[in-house]
Design a protein around this ligand. Structure first.
Ligand SMILES: [Zn+2]
Length: 474
């Protein structure tokens, strides 16, 4: 609780669910109608940042489509037929890294046997001219292409050049997109052009080799361009076709959106400063929908029982009016979830129902009746252990974290301790189940800054607490 600030009018309406909190694509095929996931190996460049970043992104796209199970290989040189045998397809995203003759030869055998290969714009960069490779990709780069490498990102129309091909069937005739595609490619015979730019240069093309299939995309210069719907849709459909010979994915696929049937969590902040890294605690969990943020003055102006499943308090609210108190109380008494983190234990100093019957604790700002005020210490080392068996701490091993400590809190004897610390500047119990008889309530003392926010054990604790208070963790 360093330098508390007053921020009565604070309203953070932004939503927290970033890219990968996401569970299902904006459009997805009917569950149950999907065939088994295609196993994909993504070949990434060695040490190239751009390659790593785009590989991570492509892996998410593949996985989140629900159609693929993707693994990454960061050392693509020297792969053998046996290494590739357990995959249905390979995505070459080895930006600037040559795969080497051995891997190229193994890929030729792999595709020839009926498997699939997708080459990304980054994969095209390596520009191998080995005979095995040319047999597969059936394209060479002209001098013009090499000169074009630094063409700027621009808006253009991707033209559907082959509406009868499974990859392009049902796709828009002209698709406006922003990218810096690889142009100036010369295609060899046996290649079908699927998509072009306004100058009729091939940007998407496909071919068969032996019993297998090859799909090549010159789109997707960087992760920004890879977020375009035209890229996502053609990449995923091209990958599905290469891997299986069929396409079941939708004709327009956007970046995955938040889960529409996820847990409805409202985060309450305000009245106390904190790092924005705090909000990252809610990213990356498929069980959550969009996670909005409000402060207690605004949040409890209305009855929120039908809007949210769990409230997460990371605020320092001095007081709220009677109407707001009633709305919060109705929420708690309706059997919803409450998670209080760190300085949230300072709130409602004059509302005993809240700190005695709901949370089971309070940071004492003042000494009273001979009981001294609580104390705080920054930058202390904790060795955290479980206090007993509970679904929230199931599988959690002891962990070491640097965080602020609180000592001398009011702590209800009706709490169920969850976690203990060895640090003497802190109360011994640093997380508990509150005494509330109507809702499930969890308090976690840890959580001052990025140190705990980034710790996997702390993240698991917060995540599990939200699930458990919502009745989703047995
Ligand atoms: Zn703090």
């Amino acid at each position: 609780m360093k330098s508390p600030i007053e921020s009565a009018g604070l309203l953070l309406t932004f939503s927290l669910a970033l890219l990968w909190t996401l569970s299902s694509p904006a459009q997805s095929v009917t569950p149950g109608a999907q065939p088994a996931a295609l196993r994909v190996l993504i070949l990434s460049g060695e040490g190239e940042n751009n390659s790593r970043e785009s590989t991570v992104f492509l892996r998410h796209l593949l996985q989140d489509s629900g159609r693929f199970e993707a693994r990454v290989c960061e050392s693509p040189v020297g792969l053998t037929v046996q290494t590739l045998a357990s995959f249905e397809m390979v995505v070459d995203n080895s930006i600037g890294t040559s795969l080497g003759k051995e891997t190229e030869k193994a890929l030729e055998t792999f595709v020839n046997s009926g498997k699939g290969l997708v080459v990304t714009r980054g994969g095209l960069d390596a520009a191998s001219t080995s005979s095995a490779w040319l047999k597969l990709i059936k394209a060479t780069r002209t001098a013009k292409a090499a000169a074009n490498v630094d063409a700027p990102l621009h808006l253009f129309e991707l033209k559907n050049a082959s509406p009868q091909h499974p990859v392009m069937s049902g796709l828009k005739t002209n698709w406006r997109t922003a990218d810096q595609p690889q142009t100036g490619l010369t295609l060899l015979s046996g290649t079908e052009v699927l998509g072009t730019n306004g100058q009729n240069e091939p940007l998407l093309f496909a071919s068969n080799y032996g019993k297998g299939r090859v799909f090549i995309t010159a789109l997707g210069h960087d992760v920004g361009a890879m977020q375009e719907k035209a890229f996502i849709t053609t990449f995923l459909r091209g990958a599905e076709w290469a891997g299986s010979g069929k396409v079941t994915l939708p004709t327009e696929i956007a970046l995955p959106g938040p889960s529409t049937n996820g847990l409805r969590v409202l985060v309450i902040t305000g009245g106390h400063d904190h790092e924005t890294a705090f909000y990252g605690l809610f990213d990356g969990y498929k069980e959550f929908g969009w996670v909005p943020v409000s402060d207690s003055t605004l949040a409890f102006k209305q009855d929120i029982r039908s809007k949210y499943d769990v409230l997460v308090f990371y605020d320092f609210t001095r007081d709220i009016d009677d109407k707001a108190k009633k709305n919060l109380r109705d929420f708690v008494e309706s059997g919803k979830g409450v998670v209080v983190l760190h300085h949230g234990i300072l709130s409602f100093q004059k509302w005993p129902w809240w700190y005695e019957e709901v949370v089971g604790g309070l940071y004492r700002l003042e000494s009273k009746g001979g009981i001294p005020n609580s104390t705080v210490k920054f930058g202390e080392e904790h060795w955290i252990t479980s206090a007993g068996k509970h679904p929230i701490t199931e599988g959690l091993t002891p962990f070491h974290v640097t965080d602020e400590t609180y000592k001398g809190l009011l702590i209800s004897s009706n709490n169920v301790p969850l976690l203990l610390t060895d640090n003497a500047t802190s109360d011994r119990t640093v997380a508990w189940i509150g005494p509330c008889t109507t809702s499930k309530v969890v308090f976690i003392q840890l959580g001052h800054d990025h140190s705990p926010f980034q710790h996997p054990s702390y993240r698991a604790l917060v995540h599990n607490s939200i699930l458990w208070t919502a009745g989703k963790l047995k």
